[in-house]
Design a protein around this ligand. Structure first.
Ligand code: CA
Ligand code: CA
Length: 202
Protein backbone atom coordinates (compact mmCIF):
# COMPACT_ATOMS: atom_id res chain seq x y z
CA UNK A 1 0.00 0.00 0.00
CA UNK A 2 2.76 2.38 0.94
CA UNK A 3 4.56 1.54 -2.28
CA UNK A 4 1.42 2.22 -4.31
CA UNK A 5 0.90 5.59 -2.67
CA UNK A 6 4.51 6.45 -3.36
CA UNK A 7 4.18 5.56 -7.02
CA UNK A 8 1.04 7.65 -7.36
CA UNK A 9 2.80 10.54 -5.69
CA UNK A 10 5.75 10.20 -8.05
CA UNK A 11 3.39 10.15 -11.02
CA UNK A 12 1.63 13.27 -9.77
CA UNK A 13 4.88 15.12 -9.30
CA UNK A 14 6.04 14.02 -12.73
CA UNK A 15 2.84 15.41 -14.24
CA UNK A 16 3.44 18.74 -12.51
CA UNK A 17 7.03 18.87 -13.70
CA UNK A 18 6.31 18.10 -17.32
CA UNK A 19 5.47 20.77 -19.82
CA UNK A 20 3.87 20.88 -23.22
CA UNK A 21 6.17 22.28 -25.88
CA UNK A 22 3.60 21.89 -28.63
CA UNK A 23 0.52 19.78 -29.20
CA UNK A 24 1.44 16.31 -28.10
CA UNK A 25 5.12 16.84 -27.41
CA UNK A 26 5.87 16.75 -23.72
CA UNK A 27 8.98 17.77 -21.88
CA UNK A 28 10.37 17.07 -18.43
CA UNK A 29 13.09 18.99 -16.61
CA UNK A 30 15.00 21.72 -18.44
CA UNK A 31 14.23 21.83 -22.16
CA UNK A 32 14.66 25.06 -24.15
CA UNK A 33 12.44 25.61 -27.18
CA UNK A 34 14.75 27.31 -29.71
CA UNK A 35 11.97 27.72 -32.24
CA UNK A 36 11.74 26.10 -35.63
CA UNK A 37 11.41 22.65 -34.12
CA UNK A 38 14.76 22.82 -32.32
CA UNK A 39 15.01 21.94 -28.64
CA UNK A 40 17.98 21.97 -26.27
CA UNK A 41 17.81 19.31 -23.57
CA UNK A 42 19.93 19.97 -20.47
CA UNK A 43 21.26 17.26 -18.19
CA UNK A 44 20.20 19.60 -15.39
CA UNK A 45 16.72 18.50 -14.51
CA UNK A 46 14.83 16.03 -12.39
CA UNK A 47 15.72 12.74 -10.72
CA UNK A 48 16.19 9.94 -13.23
CA UNK A 49 13.57 7.86 -11.40
CA UNK A 50 10.99 10.56 -12.17
CA UNK A 51 11.91 10.43 -15.85
CA UNK A 52 11.46 6.67 -15.81
CA UNK A 53 8.08 7.03 -14.09
CA UNK A 54 6.76 9.62 -16.55
CA UNK A 55 7.96 7.94 -19.71
CA UNK A 56 7.08 4.38 -18.71
CA UNK A 57 10.67 3.19 -18.62
CA UNK A 58 11.62 0.33 -16.36
CA UNK A 59 13.14 1.35 -13.06
CA UNK A 60 16.93 1.52 -13.32
CA UNK A 61 17.02 1.64 -17.11
CA UNK A 62 18.82 5.00 -17.16
CA UNK A 63 21.37 3.92 -14.55
CA UNK A 64 21.98 0.85 -16.68
CA UNK A 65 23.08 3.03 -19.60
CA UNK A 66 25.61 5.01 -17.55
CA UNK A 67 29.27 4.23 -18.33
CA UNK A 68 31.06 5.46 -15.23
CA UNK A 69 33.22 4.49 -12.30
CA UNK A 70 31.00 6.58 -9.98
CA UNK A 71 28.60 4.50 -7.87
CA UNK A 72 25.95 7.22 -8.04
CA UNK A 73 25.42 6.39 -11.75
CA UNK A 74 22.80 8.63 -13.41
CA UNK A 75 21.58 11.39 -11.12
CA UNK A 76 19.20 13.67 -13.00
CA UNK A 77 18.22 14.72 -16.47
CA UNK A 78 15.73 16.24 -18.85
CA UNK A 79 14.00 15.12 -21.97
CA UNK A 80 11.16 15.29 -24.42
CA UNK A 81 8.92 12.69 -25.92
CA UNK A 82 5.80 11.99 -27.89
CA UNK A 83 3.57 9.32 -29.32
CA UNK A 84 3.33 9.39 -33.11
CA UNK A 85 1.59 7.34 -35.77
CA UNK A 86 3.95 5.31 -37.87
CA UNK A 87 3.58 2.86 -40.75
CA UNK A 88 5.64 -0.12 -41.78
CA UNK A 89 8.69 1.09 -43.67
CA UNK A 90 8.43 4.64 -42.39
CA UNK A 91 11.50 6.30 -40.89
CA UNK A 92 11.53 8.10 -37.57
CA UNK A 93 14.51 10.42 -37.46
CA UNK A 94 16.03 13.55 -35.95
CA UNK A 95 19.30 15.48 -35.98
CA UNK A 96 21.31 16.17 -32.84
CA UNK A 97 24.16 18.35 -31.58
CA UNK A 98 26.12 17.53 -28.41
CA UNK A 99 27.90 19.98 -26.12
CA UNK A 100 29.11 19.40 -22.56
CA UNK A 101 30.52 21.60 -19.82
CA UNK A 102 32.18 18.53 -18.30
CA UNK A 103 35.87 17.77 -18.83
CA UNK A 104 36.07 15.81 -22.04
CA UNK A 105 36.26 12.06 -21.55
CA UNK A 106 35.70 11.95 -17.81
CA UNK A 107 35.22 8.41 -16.51
CA UNK A 108 33.33 9.59 -13.43
CA UNK A 109 31.05 12.44 -14.50
CA UNK A 110 30.35 10.86 -17.87
CA UNK A 111 27.08 12.59 -18.77
CA UNK A 112 25.31 11.13 -21.78
CA UNK A 113 22.34 11.53 -24.10
CA UNK A 114 20.12 8.76 -25.36
CA UNK A 115 16.93 7.98 -27.23
CA UNK A 116 14.43 5.32 -26.21
CA UNK A 117 11.80 3.86 -28.54
CA UNK A 118 8.73 2.06 -27.25
CA UNK A 119 9.98 2.21 -23.66
CA UNK A 120 12.91 -0.22 -24.00
CA UNK A 121 14.79 0.14 -27.29
CA UNK A 122 17.65 2.42 -26.22
CA UNK A 123 20.48 4.05 -28.17
CA UNK A 124 23.17 6.20 -26.54
CA UNK A 125 23.87 9.14 -28.86
CA UNK A 126 26.78 10.87 -27.13
CA UNK A 127 28.70 11.14 -23.87
CA UNK A 128 31.64 13.17 -22.56
CA UNK A 129 33.95 11.18 -24.84
CA UNK A 130 32.05 12.77 -27.75
CA UNK A 131 33.77 16.03 -28.77
CA UNK A 132 31.76 19.21 -28.24
CA UNK A 133 29.70 20.34 -31.23
CA UNK A 134 29.58 16.86 -32.70
CA UNK A 135 26.47 16.50 -34.85
CA UNK A 136 24.68 13.33 -35.77
CA UNK A 137 21.46 11.93 -37.12
CA UNK A 138 19.37 9.20 -35.61
CA UNK A 139 17.04 7.18 -37.77
CA UNK A 140 14.93 4.10 -37.24
CA UNK A 141 12.72 2.24 -39.68
CA UNK A 142 9.45 0.88 -38.41
CA UNK A 143 8.57 -2.76 -39.02
CA UNK A 144 4.96 -2.26 -37.94
CA UNK A 145 2.02 0.08 -38.36
CA UNK A 146 0.81 1.67 -35.16
CA UNK A 147 1.99 4.07 -32.49
CA UNK A 148 5.63 4.85 -31.87
CA UNK A 149 6.48 6.18 -28.41
CA UNK A 150 9.81 7.95 -28.21
CA UNK A 151 11.84 9.89 -25.66
CA UNK A 152 15.13 11.78 -26.02
CA UNK A 153 17.15 12.64 -22.92
CA UNK A 154 20.31 14.26 -21.59
CA UNK A 155 21.47 12.92 -18.24
CA UNK A 156 23.93 13.92 -15.52
CA UNK A 157 26.16 11.16 -14.14
CA UNK A 158 28.02 11.04 -10.83
CA UNK A 159 26.89 14.47 -9.67
CA UNK A 160 24.44 17.19 -10.65
CA UNK A 161 26.79 20.17 -10.85
CA UNK A 162 28.15 20.44 -14.39
CA UNK A 163 25.76 20.05 -17.26
CA UNK A 164 25.68 18.62 -20.75
CA UNK A 165 23.33 19.44 -23.58
CA UNK A 166 21.73 17.72 -26.54
CA UNK A 167 20.04 19.92 -29.11
CA UNK A 168 17.58 18.06 -31.32
CA UNK A 169 15.97 19.27 -34.54
CA UNK A 170 14.14 18.02 -37.61
CA UNK A 171 12.05 15.50 -35.72
CA UNK A 172 10.55 13.70 -38.67
CA UNK A 173 7.13 12.88 -37.30
CA UNK A 174 4.36 15.18 -36.25
CA UNK A 175 2.27 14.47 -33.21
CA UNK A 176 -0.96 12.57 -33.26
CA UNK A 177 -3.47 15.43 -33.32
CA UNK A 178 -5.20 15.69 -29.99
CA UNK A 179 -5.60 18.27 -27.24
CA UNK A 180 -2.27 18.77 -25.55
CA UNK A 181 -3.36 18.02 -22.00
CA UNK A 182 -5.08 14.89 -23.22
CA UNK A 183 -1.82 13.84 -24.82
CA UNK A 184 0.01 14.35 -21.55
CA UNK A 185 -2.61 12.37 -19.71
CA UNK A 186 -2.50 9.58 -22.27
CA UNK A 187 1.27 9.31 -21.99
CA UNK A 188 0.97 9.32 -18.23
CA UNK A 189 -1.55 6.50 -18.35
CA UNK A 190 0.62 4.47 -20.69
CA UNK A 191 3.54 5.01 -18.35
CA UNK A 192 1.54 3.92 -15.35
CA UNK A 193 0.02 0.89 -17.03
CA UNK A 194 3.43 -0.26 -18.14
CA UNK A 195 4.60 -0.08 -14.55
CA UNK A 196 1.56 -2.02 -13.30
CA UNK A 197 0.42 0.86 -11.16
CA UNK A 198 -3.27 0.99 -10.42
CA UNK A 199 -5.03 4.29 -9.91
CA UNK A 200 -8.22 4.52 -7.95
CA UNK A 201 -10.39 7.54 -8.48
CA UNK A 202 -11.76 8.30 -5.04
CA1 CA B 1 22.90 19.25 -13.29
CA1 CA C 1 27.30 16.47 -15.38
Amino acid sequence: MKNKLLKNLVASIALMLCGVANAGLITIGSVTDNGGGSYTISSNGVDDALIEALFGLSSGLIDGLAVTTDPDLATEGSGLGDNVNISTGEIFSFDWLWTSSEVSGTTTFNDFAFVVLNYENTTVLADTFTPDNTVGSFSWESDYTGVLSYGIFSVDVGDTLVDSFLTVSNLSHTSIPEPSMLAVFALMMMALVSRNVKIRFR
